[in-house]
Design a binder for this molecule. Sequence first.
Ligand SMILES: Cc1cc2nc3c(=O)[nH]c(=O)nc-3n(C[C@H](O)[C@H](O)[C@H](O)COP(=O)(O)OP(=O)(O)OC[C@H]3O[C@@H](n4cnc5c(N)ncnc54)[C@H](O)[C@@H]3O)c2cc1C
Length: 428
Amino acid sequence: MMLSESIWTDIALPAFPTLEQDKDCDVLIIGGGMCGLLCAHYLKEAGADCIVCEAGRIANQTTIRTTASLSMGQDTLYSDIARSPSHGIGDAGLYMRANRAALDEYKKLCTSIDCDFEERDLLFEIPDTKKFKRECKTLLEIGADVSPIAGRQILRYPKQAQFHPMKLLAGIVPGLTIYENTRILHIDGTTATTGKHRIHAKKIIVATHFPLQKWKGLFFLKLYQKRAYVLALEGISDPGYHYYNVDTDGVSIRMQGRFLLLCGGDHRTGKEGGGFDRLMDYRADHFPRSIVYRSWATQDTQSLDGLPYIGQITRSDSDNFVAAGFGGWGMTGSMHAALILRELVQGRSHELAALFDPSRSMLTGQLALNAGETLLTFLNPIPRRCTHMGCALRWNPRECSWDCACHGSRFDKAGGILNNPAQHGFKM
Ligand SMILES: Cc1cc2nc3c(=O)[nH]c(=O)nc-3n(C[C@H](O)[C@H](O)[C@H](O)COP(=O)(O)OP(=O)(O)OC[C@H]3O[C@@H](n4cnc5c(N)ncnc54)[C@H](O)[C@@H]3O)c2cc1C
């Protein structure tokens, strides 16, 4: 399977200058993906003087490779949160309401921006009977607007949505102060440096997908990355709804114009997994007459408990904020981040701040798995090492890249950087 660009490259975003001098601002936002740009948009609306610094071109990493559906159905997260010793049923209800609010906010934003926004029902299949019953029970308890389809292990979520991410961003970036090709290398207090120039800010938001701080906040233990794959198929009639199948490497389906986007095949970056083979098998079974127009892959950061980390980087640092760990739900996650951080950076509270607090209790099985993975790859004698924390890199023949299973950094065959948290490449 040949990798190609995503279908979202049909819209070119405007270009922005590189930072050529020192600057002062109220809020510096590091990272110009969906998350950083939505944060900048809402903060600017609130009257803050914001600067966005982006290492490459804006929205050119995960965001340009998303499938951009807005969905409240997210794996079996509601029952997982309800059963978690550090959350409970109250948090499951809170998360449900937060997702509804994020969808409603997108709808409001998209009324003034022509970005193919469209509401669609989501059919959400949970093949495992025990998990299905558990999720139904939780959804009932939290009063979710969702109905089971008779005789099937499928839930119908009404009025979910989809949009064209580049068209949405094309509508908001013209009013923002953005510097492209401006990689922040270091943060000291609220001063960030590129190596050549400094930005002095009152507050900093790090929206770099995987926070660039190596030690502060312990994200090297709290985050890992999963890769997922997308096929844009032609020649299929529009089913009229979104579909999501919760399976270990389940698939999601949604239409965008004449294309059906089939997404799935997830696996931890740097490990084996379903990949395009899983999608091609699914296509052969369900859409045998379709034509593959494009195929691409990208990855998202995964938190320990399935909820994103949005808020102060540590409890004692009230000037530095992060947003990360969207777990494949980063369109709604970016909206949560924008709405919460707009309040927090202005010194106000937000009802969701505790739920997404990056310093919340993290004693989960995934923490032990992440620590074990880091230790194993760290001790592996393979000479090719990641420039982030020195873990062993593994050659990925499918995508011709060097991948790190610890934290998900990736490098091309010449050692150039493809994905963070590594911030620089290596020499072959
Ligand atoms: C295959 C796939 C499909 C998905 N589909 C959906 C979906 O349908 N719905 C949904 O809700 N979510 C979906 N997601 C998740 C969603 O796409 C992501 O969570 C979201 O795009 C992340 O946005 P971001 O801004 O955090 O990251 P990014 O888009 O990666 O942006 C981070 C930016 O930070 C920049 N950066 C990094 N380091 C520095 C530095 N030192 N200085 C300056 N800039 C820096 C990078 O260059 C990058 O542009 C999907 C994920 C995958 C993998």
